[in-house]
Design a protein around this ligand. Structure first.
Ligand code: CUV
Ligand code: SF4
Length: 630
């Protein structure tokens, strides 16, 4: 194992500065400039005290005007805003999950989409009590897809996946009346509650925020993860690379960006096709390089080892390299800035989803029926665009790190089994991990998730927190842009074991894993929920007793708030580095950081000082250990 030299945030910033020079040359702006134009932000908005849900407003709460025209106080306004924010996130993740179910419904043995993990499909079918015996696997896939789609709108009952939680957790949810019913219903109920003249009581708004979050994490997101695995394969450890240096100046560079793997899987498939590679060569390139940005990148990295060009706030950088022939996007977290930016270069900005349409893009509508054809068309366009590159604008920072990714729950259980060499059955258990934690070899675990946000020095919080955690023998599971920050820095290189405390280092060596484990995209935080559920069941503890916390130090999206709500509701203390626009209401603050603990045995901590944030997490983990007497 070679010596590891981490890529520092300073180095990444220097590379960005160099790319911004190219931008200045061609008259492109970038988020760094737009942040300046938007600063200072509106104080009312920041505190969550502006209400514009009816046309008597907008009403802004100040000491002199403590109530809106309808009489709503600041707590009601902040609370409604918080619930609306959550509903937006829950809707988004869940709709992504729904798209995956539709893709599964269209899977055919000779079609573009196939069932790649029939075993997992059968396992879920049995879990759901669907008859599998003697059934054709595609018939079963279609039946399961339809059953899953029903979860979105069924008139009665609660989410099927809830049964995966320990009984204690299920009881807490039931008693707190936060078991999510149909997914769409929780989103609609949230929007109903936040309509003018409905709920203005923080307790009720927070309760529904947790329920809508659970509809996401234990509903729509779980559908997204589980059925993506069925369609595209359950991730296994695989080597890849990360950071802008994965782009190749000699090749046609296609960058996939967004979230839904249905598109990126097909693009990767055709970029690998000998016919397409020959076509790229006929255009003067040496080959085709597909790399990714944001969660769609995580999806294809986990399953195919496709390299990760960057995370959220690096999306403009891929175009600024001047070497991007096409940036192909599906849904979510895509900067509308990519339209005008791509016009400053030869880059084709290709939008594909009716859900994410943007000016200055080429819209190639992608659907399951024509997926193969459209993917091929996209790859061809990129190849043909190679000749339009302006060589004097090309600069790809020489910056990349090795990463081992692909730690689905299934893979993790299998890998960690090697640690104790205990004889466990084929399906495996989390007992080896529990042994490591109880013995103190590993002190605990942190789920690091979420985006970048210019309010926090991008990637810095993710990377610094992770370094400190692993040095303290705390294993990190990561997803989303947090995982990409880790990979870009080098923390997913197995050699990063040398940055760990002695205990975690030993575990990394025995299991041959990096200390920061990539569990996937943001919908894959559902994998983390199943992991803690299994840990609780296998240890006989409640989830809230486990020395495990969640953290989103640089989050920015509505989805992240929905995630935070379901992580807390699952019994995991969650630490945020950015305030979710609730600072304006002491009552909302009280509910989120303390009140919810009575219902779900966990709560939020908001701490914008990164040093303090990490210490608070470590303290919480040690408190939990002490309470267990371990
Ligand atoms: Ni879905 S939600 S910026 S890509 S993690 Fe990345 Fe992850 Fe946030 Fe978006
Ligand atoms: Fe103002 Fe009430 Fe209307 Fe909100 S709902 S804009 S507080 S009048």
């Amino acid at each position: 194992m070679g010596d590891l030299k981490l890529t520092t945030v300073e180095e990444m910033e220097a590379a960005t500065a160099r790319l911004l020079e190219t931008g200045a040359k061609v008259g492109a702006d970038a988020w760094q400039l737009r942040v300046k134009n938007q600063t200072p932000h509106c104080k009312f908005g920041e505190q969550g005290v502006c209400c514009r849900i009816c046309a008597m407003g907008p009403c802004r709460i100040t000491p002199k005007a403590p109530r809106g025209i309808c009489g709503c106080d600041v707590h009601g306004i902040v609370g409604r805003n918080y619930l609306k924010f959550t509903a937006g996130g829950a809707a988004t993740h869940s709709d992504h999950g729904r798209e995956i179910c539709h893709t599964l419904y269209a899977a055919q043995p000779d079609g573009a989409y196939k069932v790649k993990d029939p075993e997992k499909l059968i396992r879920i079918a049995k879990e759901w009590g669907v008859e599998t015996e003697g059934k054709d696997i595609y018939d079963l896939a279609h039946e399961m897809a339809e059953t899953a789609l029903m979860e979105y709108g069924k008139p009665f009952g609660v989410q099927r996946w809830l049964k995966r939680a320990p009984e204690h957790t299920q009881k807490l949810w039931h008693d707190a009346e936060i078991e999510p019913r149909a997914i769409d219903r929780e989103v609609a109920t949230s929007l109903h509650m936040t309509h003018m003249g409905c709920s203005s009581k923080p307790e009720a708004l927070v309760r529904q925020s947790l329920r809508a979050g659970l509809a996401d994490g234990w509903g729509g997101s779980m559908c997204g993860t589980e059925f993506s695995d069925v369609l595209f394969g359950t991730p296994k450890p695989i080597d890849t690379e990360a950071n802008l240096g994965v782009m190749n100046a000699d090749n046609v560079n296609i960058v996939v960006h967004g979230h839904d793997p249905s598109l990126s899987e097909m693009v990767c498939e055709y970029a690998d096709d000998p016919e397409m590679i020959a076509y790229a060569k006929s255009m003067g390139a040496k080959g085709i390089t597909v790399s990714g940005v944001c969660c769609t990148s995580n999806e294809v990295a986990m399953r195919r080892g496709i390299p990760m060009a960057g995370n959220f706030l690096q999306q403009e950088n891929v175009v600024l390299t001047g070497a991007c022939e096409a940036i192909v996007v599906d849904v979510q977290c895509i900067f509308p800035a990519l339209g005008p930016l791509s016009k400053c270069f030869h880059t084709k900005f290709i939008t594909t989803s009716p859900i994410a349409q943007m000016p200055d893009s080429d819209y190639i509508r992608f659907d399951v029926g024509t997926a193969a054809e459209k993917a091929k068309q996209i790859v061809k366009i990129a190849c043909e665009n190679f000749k339009n590159r302006k060589p004097d604008l090309v600069y790809i920072p020489d910056m990349k790190q090795k990463a081992t990714v692909g730690y689905s729950l299934e893979a993790l259980v299998k890998t960690l089994d090697g640690v104790t060499n205990s004889q466990v059955d084929v399906t495996g258990t989390t007992k080896p991990l529990i042994e490591c934690i109880t013995s103190g070899v590993i002190r605990g675990a942190v789920a690091m998730v979420g985006c970048n946000n210019p309010k926090i020095r991008p990637d810095y919080a993710h990377i610094e927190l992770m370094k400190k955690l692993i040095a303290n023998d705390i294993v990190v599971v990561a997803s989303g842009c947090s995982a990409q920050a880790a990979a870009k820095a080098g923390l997913m290189d197995k050699a990063a074991k040398d940055l760990c405390g002695a205990g975690l280092k030993r575990v990394c060596e025995l299991a041959d894993i990096p200390p920061v484990l990539h569990m996937g995209s943001c919908v894959d935080i559902s994998r983390m929920m199943v992991l803690v559920a299994e840990l609780a069941k296998d240890s006989g503890l409640n989830i809230s007793q486990l020395p495990v916390v969640g953290c989103a130090p640089e989050w920015m999206s509505e989805k992240a708030v929905s995630i935070g709500n379901y992580v807390v509701a699952t019994g995991i203390d969650t630490f945020l580095g950015v305030d979710p626009y609730v600072a304006g209401s002491s009552e909302m603050g009280q509910w989120l950081t303390e009140g919810v603990r009575d219902w779900v045995e966990a709560a939020y901590t908001v701490e914008t000082d990164i040093e303090k944030l990490v210490d608070k997490m470590i303290d919480r983990i040690e408190e939990k250990r002490t309470a267990l007497g371990i």
